[in-house]
Design a binder for this molecule. Structure first.
Ligand SMILES: Cc1ncc(COP(=O)(O)O)c(C=O)c1O
Length: 414
């Protein structure tokens, strides 16, 4: 469409669009997608097509395929087998032809993983949060949702779309949560929504303390375990499994797109709640179900990680090693008790510049994380080392970072 087509007297649409993009450039947070291809079976090695002729080898340091399960031979074989057995897509919504036997098997597997009676698949973790939270609160007239201030955008969207009242409690602050709960009418339905691992800072919620409050004030609980499933707990059931809290939670939500390496989202809960969401949530009902190929891959991944801890152990060791190496080099690595390694920059333009230099000069790919994903002034680089990142890669990375810190006259700790 040409600009003439949009030229309606009194309304300059193109100008409004251009100004919106200009604002992002001015704040240094205009997003540039980096065009890559991962090399199957060789993760974290990949090829990059950005800014030069032909593909250039790079090391990926910011993938949420945390355990490289997207490259695992069992997962790939399961997907190939499903593709050749039943074809590409599901061909329908869950209600109209799109419930395959793979979907049923995976839901059974996920219910068992989280010690719940049932589970329900969605096309992504985002959709599972939005659809479940918006529907649940509508079913409970007068419901108030108590939401951690750092909850993910998909939970915030679900809460907003429910149209219910919300109270935001300070991040992981149980006292503040209790004050907010105590201020409400005991007869009003309540739901506490929070995450286990907060993926930008890498800290963990006090699940038992929050469940204690839920018991005391008769509230339901909704826990997003997107950055923990597959990675924590003896079978990969997340922090709620690790802390033996799964049975205390009303709903556990997870993704199949990060540690499980494929795509899709889910909730696990008792049968009645699953039945309600299945029956009322537009985001579940009115959309084509996940491809059986994806579901088959996810099933293989969930099953593998239930019985293998090698990937989890490798990831924890790699994260601890990288944090120690960064700290020893004086780099401003943030305190994180998890597998996530955030390096504070505090400025969007500098964060982008560091990331650009790493990619162009060192073949290191790490995406800068800017507002609104993190608060302004806390812009950072977020590293996600996994079992396949070896010591030589870490040494190369830390040396590159120190050189860039020097070059840009940023502060290194003594
Ligand atoms: C905390 C949290 N919840 C949900 C999601 C959405 O999951 P998915 O990528 O499967 O849509 C994300 C994605 O980054 C997330 O960080």
């Amino acid at each position: 469409m040409t600009s003439e087509t949009h030229a309606v007297p009194g309304i300059d649409y193109n100008r409004a669009f251009a100004q919106a993009i200009d604002r992002l450039h001015a704040e240094g947070r205009y997003r540039v997608f980096i065009d890559i291809l991962r090399n199957k079976g060789m993760f974290p090695n990949a090829r990059c097509f950005a800014g030069h002729n032909g593909p250039k080898p790079i090391t990926v340091w910011c993938s949420n395929d945390y355990l490289a399960m997207g490259q695992h031979p069992k997962v790939i074989a399961a997907m190939e087998e499903a593709l050749h057995d039943v074809g590409a897509g599901s061909g329908g919504t869950r209600n109209i032809g799109g419930t395959t036997h793979y979907h049923i098997d995976l839901e059974t597997e996920l219910a068992d993983l989280h010690e719940k009676q049932g589970a329900l698949l969605f096309t992504s973790g985002y959709v599972s949060n939005e659809a479940t939270l918006s529907t649940l609160a509508k079913i409970l007239p007068g419901c108030i949702i108590f939401s951690d201030e750092l909850n993910h955008a998909s939970m915030i969207a679900g809460i907003r779309n429910s149209g219910c009242e919300k109270r935001v409690f300070r991040h992981n602050d149980v006292e503040h949560l209790e004050a907010l709960l105590a201020a409400e009418d005991p007869a009003v339905p309540k739901l506490i929504a929070f995450e286990s691992v907060y993926s930008m800072d890498g800290d963990i919620a006090p699940i038992h303390a929050i469940c204690d409050l839920a018991d005391k004030y008769n509230a339901l609980t909704y826990l997003d375990e997107v950055h923990a499933v597959g990675m924590y707990g003896p079978r990969g059931g997340g922090i709620s499994e690790r802390d033996d809290a799964a049975r205390r939670l009303t709903i556990i939500e997870g993704t199949l797109g990060k540690a499980f390496g494929v795509m899709g989202g889910y909730i696990a809960a008792d049968k009645q709640i699953i039945d309600v969401i299945r029956s009322y949530a537009p985001g579940f009902i009115f959309t084509t179900s996940l491809s059986p190929v994806l579901v088959s891959g996810a099933l293989a991944s969930v099953r593998h990680l239930k019985s293998s801890s090698a990937e989890r152990d490798g990831q924890q060791a790699a994260a601890a090693k990288l944090k120690a190496m960064m700290r020893d080099a004086g780099l401003p690595v943030m305190d994180s008790t998890t597998h996530i390694v955030p390096l504070m920059v505090g400025d969007p333009v500098k964060a982008k510049r560091i990331s650009d230099i790493l990619l162009a000069e060192y073949g290191v790919y790490v995406q800068p994380i800017n507002f609104p994903t993190v608060p302004r002034g806390t812009e950072r680089l977020r590293f996600t080392p996994g079992p396949a990142h070896d010591e030589a890669m870490m040494t190369e990375l830390v040396e590159a970072l120190v050189e860039i810190w020097d070059r840009m006259e940023l502060k290194l700790a003594a």
